[in-house]
Write a protein that binds this ligand. Structure first.
Ligand SMILES: NC(=O)c1ccc[n+]([C@@H]2O[C@H](COP(=O)([O-])OP(=O)(O)OC[C@H]3O[C@@H](n4cnc5c(N)ncnc54)[C@H](OP(=O)(O)O)[C@@H]3O)[C@@H](O)[C@H]2O)c1
Length: 263
């Protein structure tokens, strides 16, 4: 219910003159299969998936692309004209586009990257960072086994670290990314001291409600560069539109301002 996706897609429907709608649907765990199979008969072009459905959907669609297969999670489903369901993952695209929009010359191999969290979002981000050439990804999660499983799936350069060692994990890091839900509206802030993060580091949060999480605020007050998660949401919508409607919509300053005004 915090999602700004309905607003994002309504903007593009109006901009491109399509008579469509993007509806938030609360699907109970265990009912995803029948819900996905209903997309085509109900006339939907597809859907996006969010917590807690991204991983479960892997076994429910008819076809997944290489990106979703490697990540192990689906963020976007396309209902083909014959009713077959195709799954992909656009979170990694959105994350990288957001980073590069803010820092076009960002070198992903400039230094160690620390990723907090090992959930569905983290899987997409770790994969994207590795694809872009990150040489050392320190993965820190409250539940160590989950970080270890992700590291085992992706292999080098991912290394799982214990939650108790999270402050030290920031030593020498060039980029810190929060993918946990800590810091989101209604949740406690991420419990992480930034004292050991170098002054040149970039701190990114994939949360966008609020736009400035306590983590980003702490980083800004230390003089570090920060990046919120709104651009990730906006950019992941672009390949979804290409797949659903064959249209490539743009992320414009006006669109961003329209959504920021509601946050
Ligand atoms: N900007 C975007 O477009 C975008 C896209 C995707 C996700 N997101 C945001 O990213 C966040 C995570 O989404 P997700 O799909 O990855 O969720 P998820 O799969 O449920 O993973 C949640 C993560 O948060 C950690 N966590 C939860 N409570 C915690 C606590 N009290 N202390 C420390 N860690 C805790 C979990 O650790 P454990 O493994 O120990 O439970 C896990 O690593 C959400 O806020 C979501 O809205 C944003």
């Amino acid at each position: 219910m915090h999602s700004r996706s309905p607003m994002l897609h309504a903007y593009w429907f109006a901009e491109h003159g399509l008579a469509g709608a993007y509806a938030p649907l609360a699907i109970e765990p265990g009912k995803l299969g029948p819900a996905l199979r209903a997309l085509h008969p109900l006339g939907f072009a597809g859907c996006n998936l969010t917590i807690p459905h991204k991983q479960e959907a892997m076994a429910l669609v008819d076809e997944v692309d290489e990106t979703a297969r490697r990540i192990g999670a689906i963020s976007c489903v396309v209902a083909r004209p014959d009713g077959a369901l195709f799954g992909t993952n656009n979170d990694c695209y959105g994350f990288i586009e957001n980073l590069l929009e803010a820092e076009p010359r960002l070198a992903f191999d400039a230094g160690p990257v620390v990723v907090m969290g090992a959930g569905g979002g983290a899987r997409a981000i770790v994969w994207a960072l590795a694809q872009r050439g990150a040489r050392e990804i320190r993965l820190v999660n409250r539940t160590l086994a989950r970080a270890q499983a992700l590291a085992a799936d992706f292999g080098a350069p991912v290394r799982a670290l214990d939650w108790a060692d999270r402050a030290q994990a920031l030593d020498g890091a060039a980029l810190l990314v929060n993918t946990t839900s800590q810091g989101m509206v209604g949740m406690a802030p991420l419990d992480l001291s930034l004292a050991r993060l170098p002054a040149h580091a970039l701190v990114a949060d994939i949360i966008y409600t609020p736009l400035e999480t306590p983590l980003l605020r702490a980083a800004r007050l230390r003089g570090l560069r920060t990046l919120n998660g709104l651009g990730m949401l906006l950019h992941q919508g672009r390949p979804a539109w290409k797949a659903w409607f064959g249209i490539e919509p743009k992320v414009t300053p006006e669109l961003r301002a329209r959504i920021e005004a509601t946050l």
